[in-house]
Design a protein around this ligand. Structure first.
Ligand code: NZQ
Ligand code: ZN
Length: 389
């Protein structure tokens, strides 16, 4: 077992009515606030008015950037950086889902440098040493961006979608009010559930010597998603379901479950290439890929992890042969993703074409090998894509 550092310094206000503390928290960082949001859901739900009233009550000056797109684009980041610099912004307030939060983190970092923010993500990989403070109000449980230091940005010109983690971009404070997710559609709820499942599975499927406690924690979170996602889809205002999903989204990816594991992720780099070209919803892409990736990686050397997963997460009878349990566990996961959550099952159904497989596979492994659960070279990734057709 490898040694590790536990350091997740995000202050979280969890629960209903916690937004009453928003003004006080913003004020700690200055007077000039950049409010960022997406395509308008926060106006429809009334959240915009609540946030504005909290800001104004505390005598803060607010500037706005709206229209941050799902799979957020570098152009939105550039707009935000310009406002931060021109208006001498003290603190950024991101209100929305992962896309708004991610774009805002890069605005905060971009405001502290002279160069174009794409330099952080292009092959130049410019250092991220500083960022303006970011506060988030989460409206969709999925990415965990509210409690991690990462973000993923698309560049339509180069057909790239690239993620990066940098500690200065970690939100200072995040407001997690499950009632703000009552208006999330069943489809986005399903995609969010698939995304969280994947965040956990990317860490859980690992043959390194494990911390048993962390495996149990991950199994508990996966069971939580399996239990509550369908309830939230059926009963959007079920507080218990929304609250369980929201807190799971944060803990699935805030770094806690990693322990000292060093293994890279597999399905996320593959999915980012799908979204880069086809602009599909992240969780949907992951749902299609994950069971096929599991199938591809299953062999005598990995079967024990599938058995643990199948027995502890799906309650499969452990008295059967390991390979039988492993196959059942893949079937159970597929049933959950495509049956219970109702997500589309194949690339064909979402319009992803085979002619793009080679380029997407090459970019997913960075022209080398993706060093995940099973190392995957370009030809392995192309095979997985073929299995998704
Ligand atoms: O834009 P608005 O109008 O707000 O509508 C959004 C958007 O259309 C809507 N929505 C959000 N909250 C709502 C709501 N609609 C009704 N009621 C609400 N309360 O939902 C749609 C999707 O929003 P988006 O922010 O794109 O979804 P999500 O949170 O799933 O974020 C996806 C992005 O995060 C990245 C993904 O790659 C993708 O770009 N990720 C970020 C990660 C991170 N920071 O660590 C990790 C993830 O693996 C992921 O890659
Ligand atoms: Zn994800």
């Amino acid at each position: 077992m490898n040694s590790f550092i536990y350091d997740i310094p995000v202050k979280v206000y969890f629960g209903e009515n916690q937004l009453q503390h928003l003004g006080k928290e913003l004020s700690k960082f200055g007077k000039r606030v950049l409010l960022t949001y997406g395509g308008g859901s926060i106006k429809k739900t009334g959240l915009y008015d609540t946030v504005m009233s909290e800001i104004e009550k505390n005598g803060l000056e607010v500037f706005e950037l709206s229209g941050i797109e799902p799979n957020p684009r570098i152009e939105s980041v550039r707009k935000g950086v310009r406002i931060c610099k021109d208006e001498k912004i003290d603190v950024l307030l991101a209100v929305g889902g992962g896309s708004t939060l991610d774009a805002t983190k890069f605005m905060a970092a971009g405001a502290c440098v002279e160069h174009d923010p794409w330099e952080f993500l292009s092959e130049n990989w410019a250092p991220i040493e500083k960022a303006l403070p970011v506060i988030t109000v989460l409206t969709l449980a999925a990415t965990g961006s509210e409690m991690d230091a990462g973000g993923v940005i698309s560049n339509p010109e180069t057909q790239d979608k690239i993620g990066r983690l940098a500690p200065p971009m970690l939100p200072k404070v995040s407001f997690l009010d499950p009632t703000l997710t009552y208006t999330v559609s069943p489809y986005q709820t399903a995609c969010g559930a698939a995304d969280m499942m994947s965040h956990i599975m990317e860490v859980y499927f690992n043959m390194e010597q494990d911390l048993y406690m962390l495996d149990c924690f991950m199994e508990g979170m996966m069971r939580t998603i399996i239990k509550y996602a369908p309830i939230a889809m059926r009963e959007p205002k079920n507080y218990e379901a929304r609250a369980n999903l929201m807190w799971t989204s944060s803990w699935a990816i805030n770094g806690f479950v990693n322990g000292g594991k060093r293994q890279a992720w597999s399905c996320h780099p593959m999915e980012h290439e799908l979204s880069a070209i086809y602009d599909i919803t992240h969780g949907l892409g992951l749902a299609i890929l994950t069971p096929r990736w599991m199938e591809y990686c299953l062999d005598e050397s990995t079967v024990s992890k599938y058995v643990q997963f199948g027995v502890n997460v799906f309650g499969i009878d452990e008295r059967q042969e390991p390979m039988v349990i492993a196959r059942q566990s893949i079937e159970k996961l597929s049933e959950f993703l495509f049956g219970t959550l109702g997500l589309k099952r194949t690339f064909t159904e979402v319009g992803i074409r085979a002619e793009d497989f080679p380029v997407m596979a090459r970019k997913a492994c960075g022209n080398g090998v993706l060093p995940g659960f099973k190392p995957l070279a370009q030809e392995d990734i192309e095979r997985i894509f073929e299995m998704c057709q």
